[in-house]
Ligand binder design. Sequence first.
Ligand code: PLP
Length: 373
Amino acid sequence: MVDLQTQYQKIKPEVDQVIFEVIHSTKFIRGPQVKQFEEELANYLNVKHVVACGNGTDALQISLMALDLQPGDEVITADFTFAATVEVIKLLKGKPVLVDVLPDTFNIDPEAVEKAITPRTKAIIPVHLFGQSADMDEIMRIARKYNLAVIEDNAQAIGSDFRFADGTVKKTGTIGTIGTTSFFPSKNLGAYGDGGAIFTDDDRLAHRLRGIVNHGMYKRYYYDEVGVNSRLDTIQAAILRVKLPHLDAYNEARRRAADVYDELFAGCEQVITPYRDPRSKHVFHQYTLKIKNGKRDALADYLKAEGIPFGIYYPVPLHRQKAYADENFRDENFPVTNRLTEEVISLPMHTELDREQQEFIVGKVKNFLRGKV
Ligand SMILES: *Cc1c(COP(=O)(O)O)cnc(C)c1O
């Protein structure tokens, strides 16, 4: 699905050098590279504060803690996403309120968000799924109307943006109250281990976030609140400093690969290629097809037998997961997610794909769909 090896070989001398420097300095925790990376990422995103942390899941949890989520507070998020969001809401004793997504972008349905609001709603967490922005015009309108916080889960869309109706363009993750991301190795900006970050323009929130990531400690050995231990390793920060200047080129390479897939699938009626919202730059964390006529599982079996990598993101909607069964979600409220979990399949997508590989992959998919196998 990804080729981190070829990408590494292209930046190897620089990466090896900075890793060696960190080891040589022995400043493994909170070394100077962490702050430098935070500043460089803030600059890239055009946001006031970046707080690095241990991973993208912690980034979500720490954001909710900084917003003072109380037991029983409701947080609205999408049913069709990675489990981290629901998990952290539950860990903090909040109530996850799942809503359905839109069938074209796979992103949270703003109309469903507005319908789910109650007096206990505290925040909305839109996830910019697979690399393109949720409808932030609508999400921000709703948040302002009901005075809610917005945490953008930007783990899959770093470098993407959104163009508002008034023409302003902002990078995803810098639009809401807080934005979060993950540097998991296969993400668009991947470290060589776990890592994450939180973004905000709010000085007061930034101060809280910095305290919470470090045990709730604002002055050395004075603990003002219950925090966590969630830091970005200096080695990871040093590697990310080498990779950040390449992020736009990496995202361009993904977009070019997506263009090639689109072209190769043109006219193939049983396949729906990814919709691109004209308001958002799609950075293709995943290239996700919808397969019609109930053939997705058979296609997956065939690709597996042929040794072609693929992924099914996500095979089970969150509202049906055992871990969250006590929420008693109603299956009939999620018709789009339910259908998507049966139709989607993601093909290899990374910065190193070439046309020949893609022709081979698409050839296999088409062979199967034409019943030639
Ligand atoms: C990867 C991911 C996360 C979690 O990131 P980790 O760094 O693995 O904890 C959260 N949300 C979404 C949408 C993700 O894709």
